[in-house]
Design a protein around this ligand. Structure first.
Ligand code: AMP
Length: 239
């Protein structure tokens, strides 16, 4: 696959194509996905966020997903594939997108592989860049129990490592920060178990396709951001 930096879309921003962030809950996928989406002008597609908004709106999908999410279990593939298939068809996906939290099972990855054979980015087919952000178990626990987010602008904080200037309040917009229901300790261990049994096999799935880049997710956020940008722009031999 050619390096994305070589090709520019009509807006003069690079055609990045599909980017997949793999990693345990709390590895920093959401943080990096948000930065990359802003930097390259492509959407961040967080399946967790889409599901949470369905739950908040009380849709049929939300009603089915809610008890599973509360228990730290995965939502069945058939529901996820319909939801993601709909999202990827939207016009803002033409130069690429950052998938945050999808695929999460081998079945989802196989579906995406088939889907990408029919999709084009600025007129050409592109294989996904798959970035696995790797963080040790104890660090993940601290990150998840300390995570707070702004319900208005989505900014993520951590009460242990990256607290807001004023306790409980978003630095940028002043909104009251919230803790995700599934970031409570009882649910976290279930989520980490789902990750190990269902999502970790994806690392092997993508390694076999030689599209996997593994990063140490315990480095400072800025360093990880720089590494990911280098991969996406082809400087590190990505794509
Ligand atoms: P996240 O915000 O990515 O941590 O996702 C929160 C929860 O949403 C997960 O614990 C699952 O219950 C559900 N979920 C999100 N993405 C997926 C997916 N790709 N497949 C199945 N369930 C998902």
């Amino acid at each position: 696959m050619p390096a994305p930096a070589a090709s520019k879309g009509p807006s003069n921003l690079p055609v990045v194509g599909p980017v997949i962030f793999l990693g345990a809950p709390g590895a920093g996928k959401g943080t990096q996905a948000m930065i990359m989406a802003g930097r390259y002008g492509i959407p961040q597609i967080s399946t967790g966020d889409i599901l949470r908004s369905n739950v908040a709106q009380g849709t049929e999908l939300g009603k089915k997903a809610d008890p599973l999410m509360k228990a730290g279990q995965l939502v069945p593939d058939e529901l996820m594939l319909a939801m993601v298939g709909e999202r990827l068809k939207q016009p803002d996906c033409q130069r690429g997108y950052v998938l945050d939290g999808f695929p999460r099972t081998v079945g989802q990855a196989q579906w995406l592989e088939e889907y990408l054979k029919t999709a084009s980015f600025d007129g050409r087919q592109m294989a996904p860049v798959v970035i696995s952000i790797e963080v040790g178990y104890n660090q993940l626990l601290q990150r998840l129990t300390g995570r707070r987010s702004c319900p208005v602008d989505g900014k993520i904080y951590n009460i242990h490592f990256q607290p807001p200037r004023k306790e409980g309040v978003c630095d940028s917009c002043g909104a009251q920060l919230v803790q995700r229901k599934d970031d409570k300790e009882e649910v976290i261990s279930e989520r980490l178990k789902s990750y190990e049994s269902q999502t970790l096999p994806l690392v092997e799935f993508y390694r076999r396709r030689e599209s996997l880049r593994q990063l140490n997710g315990e480095k400072p956020v800025d360093e990880i951001t720089a590494e990911i940008s280098a991969i996406l722009e082809g400087a590190a031999g990505g794509h």
